[in-house]
Design a protein around this ligand. Structure first.
Ligand SMILES: [Cu+2]
Length: 419
């Protein structure tokens, strides 16, 4: 009876939770990470989840929302935003943040894994992206109040930074504008040599354009109130993991600076979590324990003793909620798919059968993403010059893609003339 009353009290506390990370600490769980990996899971493209898997994922995030945890993530991210953006904490800190989210998901359903949103698939026409449809996470907010009223987050409210509905407000009214094609992202992967270069180019390019394009809460520092934030950042994390996979030293060392212009090393502590940056450099390092479906897995990781000790921090392990009743098990994933370079491939019927490029190929010419507004870049403390350099890069890559498409059709015309 007493326990029951306490539980109710917690829920009331969560429901009235607002605007303060100190409040968040008492009701928002911050479990420690495990010091090893019992097993390693595969993060997959959300559109390759089967219907049952997708339903389980949606069920879990709805429960997280009900418990007020999305407000906790939004508040936390907003409170330390200047420490984790625009400097070399960006990648490692967000990897830790996503893992925090995933661990809380697994407190509700241990078999659910965070999927990623591959905005590269429909970069040229995000309106056709199933992830932004009512079958997944919904698209634009409705006219007038910008509330999201379709998809997994249909009619969600939020309590941070104020009581309102969850909003999105597409950059051009009814459209987001284009995102980055993967070819331009790979161009950055191929040319960035240091962590600092890579971080700055990704953060001020492919990463920013998605936040700005979706608008509403998504373009603010409390964007983590929207689950799509975690799926967008899982994609960014995957891009980092792919860049890391090209040079094993990137799994052990970082370079660059923090917000106070102090050098960052693998021993620097991450803001808020208080764990060493080095502990977040490998996706399947202790406490992280995941790989991406189309990125080569980092080698198995043996923690140094000091790394193990670094999982400390002012974290508590409150679990004030009763577990949900069990769900039917997901269909198992195929271990390996022949002819796929040994990458782990999802199995099963995808909820949505994507045909990569089919949408984009029907248009005359690809349009590159439009430049991000200087005022928005400045309001988010982003690097205006880097964003402009990235704009030139993506413009060039898209122009090249258009030229190649023209070439593909022109030889046919030449042949016809000869006949
Ligand atoms: Cu962020």
């Amino acid at each position: 009876m007493v326990i029951r009353a306490l539980k109710c009290f917690c829920i009331v506390l969560v429901a009235s939770f607002a605007a303060d990370v100190v409040t968040a600490k008492t009701v928002f769980p911050m479990p420690r990470l495990e010091s090893s990996c019992a097993h390693t899971v595969v993060r997959r493209d959300v559109t390759t989840l089967g219907p049952t898997e997708l339903q389980r994922f949606i069920r879990v995030v709805r429960e997280m929302h009900r418990r007020g945890w999305m407000d906790g993530f939004g508040s936390m991210h907003d409170h330390i935003s200047h420490q984790i953006h625009g400097n070399e904490h960006f990648f490692a800190w967000h990897r830790r943040f996503l893992r925090h989210f995933e661990v809380l998901m697994q407190q509700i359903d241990p078999d659910v894994v965070l999927p990623y949103w591959n905005w590269g698939t429909f970069w040229n026409n995000p309106l056709a992206d199933p992830v932004l449809s009512s079958a997944y996470f919904g698209g634009n907010g409705r006219p007038g109040d910008n509330c999201v009223i379709e998809g997994a987050e249909e009619r969600w409210g939020r309590n941070y930074p104020s009581r309102n509905c969850l909003t999105r407000k597409y950059r051009y009214g009814s459209t987001t504008g284009a995102f980055w094609p993967m070819r331009a992202v790979r161009d950055v992967m191929n040319t960035a040599k240091t962590h600092a270069q890579f971080r700055s180019r990704i953060e001020n390019g492919a990463h920013g354009i998605v936040h700005l394009g979706l608008g509403g809460d998504f373009e603010t520092m409390w964007a983590p109130v929207d689950v799509l934030f975690f799926m967008h950042h899982a994609m960014i994390d995957k891009v980092w993991a792919e860049w890391q996979s090209r040079d094993p030293t990137r799994l052990h060392a970082v370079d660059g600076y923090d917000a106070a212009r102090q050098p960052i090393t693998a021993q620097t502590l991450m803001p808020f979590y208080g764990e060493e940056v080095g502990t977040a450099l490998s996706t399947n390092g202790p406490g992280y324990c995941y790989v991406y479906d189309d990125v080569p897995s980092p080698p198995a990781f043996r923690p140094r003793r000091s790394a193990r000790l670094a999982f400390n921090a002012m974290l508590n392990d409150t679990q004030p909620f009763a577990p949900l009743p069990p769900l039917p098990p997901s269909p198992p994933s195929l271990p390996r798919h022949a002819g796929n370079n040994g990458f782990i491939r999802p199995r099963g019927t995808a909820f949505y059968d994507k045909e990569p490029g089919s949408e984009a190929d029907s248009v005359e010419e690809y349009e590159p993403p439009r430049p991000m507004d200087v005022s928005w870049l400045k309001s988010r403390n982003m690097d205006v010059e880097e964003a402009q350099r990235m704009q030139r890069l993506v413009d060039d890559v898209v122009a090249q893609m258009n030229a190649e498409r023209k070439q593909k059709t022109e030889p046919v015309a030449a042949d016809n003339q000869q006949n």
